[in-house]
Design a protein around this ligand. Structure first.
Ligand SMILES: Cc1cc2nc3c(=O)[nH]c(=O)nc-3n(C[C@H](O)[C@H](O)[C@H](O)COP(=O)(O)OP(=O)(O)OC[C@H]3O[C@@H](n4cnc5c(N)ncnc54)[C@H](O)[C@@H]3O)c2cc1C
Length: 392
């Protein structure tokens, strides 16, 4: 950016994890940022969240990594059967830290939103303001009036209207065939071992948090749009109330209002690019994925970190070239992770007893003989580092 020149202007659509990270990163890169969020507040949807070492490194670009690392509790994680037997239990936590420099951190989603929002100056975000269109030329129409930007970042989530407008021939996200439930219990008397339990066709995760609460999630195949005839907590009790301790007690401590249910969708066919003209797609707007690898938010943070680094020292005229580099740096990686996440989910939806026996046997063997091999499998995902300098 030349001295004395007007600061380049960025408009960000959406203030979820991706939009807030982009706002923090572009502001720190010297841009004049305006963010629009149609919701009236930044109330986080989604109970808890896991952030892997790659997501933490992306957060460091916005100065928010250590606020999240403070939530580490250093517990082992394992895989169990519904009767409680451990299929795999090892000191993966320590091994992940040794191998990748950070553990996987579990935290309430609200804490991540707070950490990011605290890096966005007052006045940048306009809440209760819907963006009604965004053109490739940077012209943005909002409920509050029009604006012309050098760069538009569409972080408008899974059902992104910007994606549909920029890529009208693309089929968009498709239902992944299963639904998920998430809840945060009140403070729960421990100890609560961290585990994911694999049953026939379904999964239940138990993730203790640093503040004494427990983040629980579950997944099961279901027709799209289905809902429980009474309430979703009652549905969880019917499905998982007979599984091992402490799952019944955790469900018993929760309230029906704390349970969120969402059908899972993914972008089975990747986009041809993550930008068009002056508009960049970011996070779930660009590459919605199944939650099986816990990478959706991590990839949104990586997108924002790359964009912030590319935008450092750039004036508005360089935006089309910058976004070509953004696509070059992000599309292949995120396409691969969408695919890996889908593959990781397949095993947990198996329902035939021989297939389950094979799966459980493999998990036990892996846990006993080859935890290092399991870590090697994560390396392509966790071993990501933000670009150190602005590639020109
Ligand atoms: C069950 C489940 C568990 C998950 N667990 C993990 C995990 O452990 N780790 C992980 O990394 N990821 C996880 N994810 C994925 C993660 O939640 C998402 O990838 C991430 O939240 C996407 O963030 P985003 O900012 O791209 O989109 P969103 O969070 O969807 O934000 C989009 C925002 O844009 C706003 N918006 C939309 N349209 C407009 C408009 N026209 N004008 C103004 N505002 C608009 C919306 O109101 C919204 O606030 C999980 C997902 C699920 C379903």
């Amino acid at each position: 950016m030349s001295e004395g020149a007007a600061r380049p202007r960025a408009v960000i659509i959406g203030a979820g994890i991706g939009g807030l990270a982009a706002a923090a990163g572009l502001h720190a890169a010297g841009w004049d940022v305006t963010g629009y969020e149609r919701a009236a507040s930044l109330e986080p949807v989604g109970a808890g969240l896991a952030l892997a070492p790659n997501g933490l490194r992306a957060l460091d670009v916005f100065g928010a990594g250590d606020a999240v690392r403070a939530h580490a509790i250093g517990q082992e994680i394992g895989i169990r059967r519904p009767d409680g037997r451990w299929l795999l239990r090892s000191s993966t936590e320590r091994m992940v830290t040794d191998r990748f420099g950070d553990p996987v951190i579990l935290l309430p989603r609200s804490r991540l939103i707070e950490a990011l929002a605290s890096r966005v100056p007052a006045g940048v975000l306009a809440l209760s303001t819907e963006v009604t269109s965004a053109g490739q030329d940077g012209h943005v129409a909002t409920a509050a009036g029009p604006l012309d930007a050098d760069l538009v970042v569409a972080a408008d989530g899974l059902s992104s209207a910007t994606r549909a407008a920029l890529f009208p021939d693309h089929p968009g996200p498709r239902y992944a065939g299963f639904t998920t439930w998430r809840l945060l219990t009140p403070e729960f008397p421990g100890p609560v071992p961290m585990s994911e339990t694999w049953g026939p066709g379904s999964v239940f995760g138990v993730m203790p948090l640093a503040d004494g609460r427990v983040y629980c999630y579950a997944a099961a195949p279901a027709p799209r749009g289905a809902h429980s005839p009474d309430d979703e907590l009652a549905e969880l009790v019917r499905r998982f109330g007979g599984w091992h301790k402490p799952i019944p007690a955790l469900l018993g401590s929760a309230t029906p209002e704390s349970v969120l249910r969402h059908d899972v969708a993914e972008l089975a066919e990747p986009l041809p690019a993550m930008h068009r003209g002056r508009v960049a797609l970011l996070g779930d707007a660009a590459h919605p994925m199944t939650p099986n690898l816990g990478q959706g938010a991590c990839q949104a943070l990586e997108d924002a970190a790359v964009l912030a680094r590319l935008a450092t020292g750039l004036d508005g005229s360089g935006v089309p070239g910058m976004l070509a580099r953004y696509t070059a740096m992000r599309l292949a990686r995120t396409t691969k992770i969408v695919r890996l996440s889908r593959r990781a989910g397949r095993m947990t939806t198996w329902t035939s007893p021989p297939a389950i026996a094979l799966r459980d046997g493999l998990a036990m063997t892996l846990g006993k003989l080859a935890p290092a091999a399991a870590l090697r499998g994560l390396a392509p995902i966790y071993d990501w580092h933000p670009p150190a300098t602005t590639p020109k």
